[in-house]
Design a protein around this ligand. Structure first.
Ligand SMILES: [Zn+2]
Length: 477
């Protein structure tokens, strides 16, 4: 299998790979797409964050058909092997083919989502194809939180039929994705000097994982476990007051490690016994999901201050009482989580403690319910809370004309049609949020090891998915 530049989608993929296009660095590729539109006499629009929309009129016979929106993101994840010299701001990718797969030497390939961009350019250019009027949307900064799509407005969408070209699998569509709310609970800390014995409590050895893909696996959250251990000690009538607390690295990762330091005027033996009993219970509970969990308690004389008692209690109570982890599953789609939240990061900076929580749900109402609970809890405990950002979810709908069309095309081509749903976030969710009537399918060629230097694109599927796309458009009468 060759990477045949005679095929226009291969040609455009190759052209794009010469233009650096990591997230936040899309201006050049965005300008390239605009230049393409000018050259082909197609109306286009470029917005303030370099999203581009190009329109193409219906082919003869399709003038009365509902328009179709095609969409792909222009940015790619920039990862390279340590031994490779590559400047993602300047250097073209070095493409090569091996055993029917396209690679980039030592770097990510950007098949995610350069293939979708290449498909749209090839379709816009080809006047022999049959299709309704098309609106092709090229977005930016998808890989860093669906940022570009967040700048689209309802007025940008001219139609209720939508094909996302950011899917994986020639005959597989996504049917649902999660919306996200970020919640920040914070508190300006007051300290008091104190000379009581100090302790360092470390919870570590947990598996962690992605808060979308792995939240249903009952893995321990280090932040939550550390607070529980100290609450249980308080429940045993022991004196516990926090000095510092920190855990986790990223909002969308289940925290693997947390370190809480505290002071106590209770007998050291009693403190140790309580922590040990909690640790043993946790080890038993997590035996099958997180067997590596470790709880370590060390004495320290390093601290000469502690957080004011009331604030310390409020922080522990907040972590202890807040809903966390898996919440709800779908009763339609087997194994799909429909609501979860993750206390991903606890940090202290400039004497202000921050809890960063990411809520996910395909149902926007469930997402708002969870964020409202967190805000309510924070206000009861005299902590500050805000919901600075978020985007909509794509809830599963039973009926979809686009899925019917897609299924028929797959079957006609002898392919097994499949559906899947994700608890991750997709640009489709933002689109659905702008237009709840949008009928969406997703698909694309097969690639592997995306977001890593081993990313590769199966060339046969690059041909097949293009053919399927053309047939779908033809059937969108
Ligand atoms: Zn992508």
């Amino acid at each position: 299998m060759e990477f045949d530049l005679g095929k226009r989608y291969c040609y455009y993929f190759n052209e794009i790979s010469k233009i650096p296009h990591g997230s936040r660095n899309e201006k050049a590729v965005s300008d390239y797409v605009c230049e393409f539109a000018r050259k082909h006499g197609l109306p286009y629009k470029q917005d303030s964050v370099w999203n581009v929309t190009i329109d193409k009129p219906a082919s003869p016979g399709y003038e009365n058909s509902e328009p179709v929106i095609l969409q792909a993101h222009m940015d790619m994840v920039c990862e390279k092997n340590n031994d490779v010299i590559h400047d993602f701001e300047k250097d073209p990718l070095d493409l090569y083919v091996e055993d029917g797969w396209l690679h980039a030497r030592g770097t990510t390939l950007g098949a995610d989502d350069g293939t979708g961009v290449a498909y749209m350019l090839a379709i816009l250019e080809d006047d022999t194809l049959a299709h309704p009027s098309l609106e092709c949307i090229f977005t930016t900064m998808e890989e860093i939180g669906l940022v570009g799509a967040g700048y689209l407005t309802k007025e940008d969408l001219h139609g209720h039929r939508y094909i996302s070209l950011d899917g994986g699998g020639v005959s597989c569509t996504t049917t649902s994705s999660a919306g996200v709310s970020d919640v920040i609970i914070s508190k300006k800390l007051q300290y008091e000097s104190c000379k009581l014995p100090g302790y360092i409590l470390t919870v570590k050895g947990l598996k962690g994982g992605h808060s979308g893909g792995e939240i249903h696996m009952e893995r321990g959250n280090a932040n939550v476990l550390a607070a529980r251990i100290l609450k249980e000690a308080q429940g045993n009538d022991l004196d516990i007051t926090l000095c510092t607390l920190k855990g986790g690295m990223k909002m969308n990762a289940i925290p693997r490690e947390a370190v809480f330091t505290f002071m106590s005027d209770s007998a050291a033996e009693a403190v140790k016994a309580s922590v040990q009993a909690s640790a043993e219970a946790i080890r038993r509970e997590l035996l099958f999901s997180d067997p590596g969990v470790e709880v370590v308690l060390q004495e320290t004389s390093e601290y000469t201050f502690r957080i004011q008692k009331e604030i310390s209690d409020a922080l522990l109570n907040c972590i202890y009482l807040m809903p966390n982890g898996f919440q709800h599953r779908s009763m339609v789609i087997d194994g799909l989580t429909v609501a979860s939240l993750n206390l991903g990061v606890i940090s202290v900076r400039d004497d202000t403690v921050r809890f960063e929580i990411m809520i996910r749900s395909a149902e926007d109402s469930a997402r708002h319910d969870l964020s409202s609970r967190l805000v309510t809890l924070a206000s009861l405990l005299d902590l500050d809370a805000e919901v600075p950002s978020g985007y909509a979810g794509w809830a599963y709908s039973e009926n979809s004309r686009m899925r019917e069309i897609y299924r028929a095309v797959c079957e006609r081509n002898g392919l097994e049609y499949k559906e899947r749903a994700t608890h991750g976030g997709l640009e489709c969710g933002i689109i659905k949020g702008l237009d709840p009537d949008m009928d969406i399918i997703t698909f694309g060629p097969i690639s592997e090891a995306i977001h890593s230097p081993d990313e590769r694109l199966e060339l046969q599927s690059f041909d097949d998915a293009y053919r399927i796309l053309c047939e779908i458009l033809k059937d969108c009468r």
